[in-house]
Design a protein around this ligand. Sequence first.
Ligand code: ADP
Length: 456
Amino acid sequence: MSLRTRLTLLYSTLVGGILLLFGVAVYQLISVTLTNQVDDILSSNANTLINSTKVNTEGELYILPSTTMDLPAYLYFQLWERGTVLTDSSLNISGFTEPLDPLGRVSGQPVYRDLDIGNAHLRVLSVPLYIGNRPVGAIQVASSLAVVDATQSNLLTVMIIGVIIAMVVAGIAVSITTYRFLRPIENVTETALQITRADDLSRRIPYSGPSEDEIGQLILAFNQTLERLEYLFHTQRRFVADVGHELRTPLTVIKGNVSLLRRIGSVEDESLDGIESEVDRLTRMVGDLLFLARAESGSMPMEKVPVELDSLLLEVWQQMQVLTHGKIELKLGEFDQVQVMGDRDRLKQVLFNLLGNAIKYTPEGGEVTVGLGKKDNEAFIEVCDTGSGIPAEDLPHIFERFYRTEKSRTRSKDGKGFGLGLSIAYWIVQNHGGRIDVESSENKGSKFTIWLPVDA
Ligand code: ADP
């Protein structure tokens, strides 16, 4: 979930929550106030009725008619004698002979109760009547709660609508505000991704807002970091290119002198062979380094022409047979006819590097199989071997410059590698719009797959 969505949800929930709490408090307060008002009316009218309650000559209870006449029309009352005999009631419930509150009628204390009688919602006050200490009956006064109920229900509707509107408005406001504030941060992310994708450190994040606020500071810091990185990167590239360049001349001189010494015959051939092979190795390394330095600085031209991968692969396969010295079987697997657009020499270099590695890291008696095929709009070349394999922890790094697995560093047979072959292959394939996949399990073998877009 994006930060914007989270902030929007958080604030609208917060606003909704606060309003809801506030609404519940107001609802409670109004309910209590209204009920108290009804109770006050019930209590004062009950007192008036009690004061007007008399005993007639037969000893029966009655209320002075003048009092009952003055009662408001929305009030009801009943006079119960000895708890069970209804002796008087208001005219508006004259046909109703059940007690308004059956429990309150026999209660020893005044009691308020909310009751539903038929469709009516009533508040009933029951007050016991005494003569001296002797209970003689009870009086019940009731009022309809329709007005209170209507007020509560209106309040609830207003509250719910209010909360929903407030949440929506808060959500929209937060969403718009965060969009405005987070837009520059999205720019930072986009630029960072573009830099990674295009491998281009010369890009900067555009920002037109004030430079002294937090976002301005962040962008300034990011741009400064990029500037510094770009400078370091260029310096490093130049350094590699310069070192490579400078090493070339002394190596050529040493090589020339070794040939001279060999012709004079004053030094043992074995020592000269040793020097010569090391010079060759260094020359190759310098060549590879210069290749990468030029490639990364963008000064490596690529001539893209239609290349028939099948004939190219066959050519490399034949040439590589020599390297197996008859100890490894170099086989052809599935073989299709595929054409791609590319630089033939560079693609050949990739195949040499991958096949060379497969042969180099496969022990005697093993097999190396190459295959070529087409899937959707991509050509694939597979190089499988039954060699030493690559440990899982090394797999993510093998395309890095000078990276070699621990095993290949320590094995004398592989003293010839420098860990640059795969970096070069990776760069070439990437610049053809393709990729290299690798699967490997230790001591079982490896499978490198080159994917290239097919020339349509
Ligand atoms: P190197 O010149 O050392 O072979 P690469 O860049 O070609 O350099 O390969 C980097 C490392 O990847 C090698 O040192 C080796 O450890 C490992 N590697 C590459 N190909 C294979 C393979 N087919 N089988 C086993 N290990 C391999």
